[in-house]
Design a protein around this ligand. Sequence first.
Ligand code: GLU
Length: 382
Amino acid sequence: MSAGAKQALAGRPALAGARRLIVKIGSALLVDETGGRLRADWMAALAEDIAALRAGGTEVLIVSSGAIAIGRLDLGLAGARIKLEEKQAAAAIGQIRLAHAWQETLAGHGIAVAQVLLTPGDTEQRRRHLNARNTVETLLRLGAVPVINENDTVGTEEIRFGDNDRLAARVAQMISADVLVLLSDIDGLYTADPRHNPGAAFVPEVNEITPEVEAMAGGVNPGYSSGGMVTKIAAAKIAMRAGCRVAIGDGKALHSLHAIGGERRCTWFVPVAEPATARKSWIAGALTPAGALVVDDGAAKALAGGKSLLPAGVATVEGAFDRGDAVAILTADGRRIGCGLVAYSAVDAGLIAGHKSGEIEALLGYRGRDEMIHRDDLVLDG
Ligand code: GLU
C-alpha cells in the first residue's frame, strides 16, 4: 500500500458503526470511460475499505453496475447508441468480467464473493423475496460479500441508469440493512443543480422526502449526477421507509467508502424508525393474512418470550397459503395473538404441524427451515 493510501486509511472508517451496510456503485465510477476497462486501483482501494469495515464487525454488500458498460466494448458497440436487446447481450458478457474482477479484488483480503443477480420481482413478490433474503442472509452468515446486480438478461423493462439505485434500496429493505451508501459523482444533494446555480446550497441532512426535497433533485429531468439525483431520492425514500439510513456522496476518489460521512461530507437521509421496527410494521400493516396457524399454549408462551414458532407448537393449519405468505397466529380458543411470514406452504405446514423440526426432512422429503415462522418474520399483537 502506498504512503498516500496508508494516510487515507488512517483511523476508523466513518461508517464503522454500521451493522449491515450496502454500497451501491455506478458504472461511471467503476469503468474507465475511454477504454471501457475496470478501474482496478479504485476497486482495490474499495476492497481495503470493505476489509476495514468488516474487521470492525460490519457486514458489507455491494450493488455493482458496470456489466453493460464493460460488455458493450467486447461486442464492438462502444460509443454507439444500443438497443435494449443489445444492452441485455452486453450485460450477459460484461457480468462475467465484473463478477470476476470483484472476486479477484476481494480475494486479496481473504474475502469470498458471491454473485447475486436479482430482478425487481425477486424483492417484491413474497415467495421469491423470502428465497432471495434467505440466500443473502446465509451468504452473510458464512462471511461472504454478496455482489448484487440486476439480472439484465431477463429484465423486461428498459434498463436505465439509476435502476440499481432502486435495486439497492429494495435489497436494503429486504435484508433490513441499516446503512445504504449510494456512491455518486457528486457529494450529495443541493437545493438546486449546482452546475447551473452558483447559489445552490449543500444539504447535509434530510429527515423526510417532501415534495420540496424532490424538487431540489431536479423534478422529472435527469438531474445532476450520472444516475440522476431523482432516482437516488426515490431510492432513499424506499430505504428510509425500511428504517435504513442513506448516504449520497462522491465516490470518485480512492478510499471514498472509508472517508464518507467523516472527512468527506455527504447528504444523510435519516429515517425515524430502526430497520427491525420498520420491517415488523410492514409485516403487521401491509399484508393481509392468507391463512392461520393455531398454536398450543406452550408455543403461545414461547412466542411471548420472543421465540420463533416451531412446527411442534402448531396444532392446526387453516387456509390456503404459500411459502412466504402472511398468516395469522391463533390460540386454541380462536384468539389472534399475532401474524408472520410463514416458511412453508399450507400443505407442507399441515404435514409437519405437531412434529419436531428434526422430523421435517423425513416428512416432506426435503430439509426446510427449522422454524414455521422465524422470530424476525413475526409480529405479536398489542
Ligand atoms: N445493471 C446495469 C449494468 O450492470 C446498470 C444499471 C444501473 O446502473 O442502474 O450495467
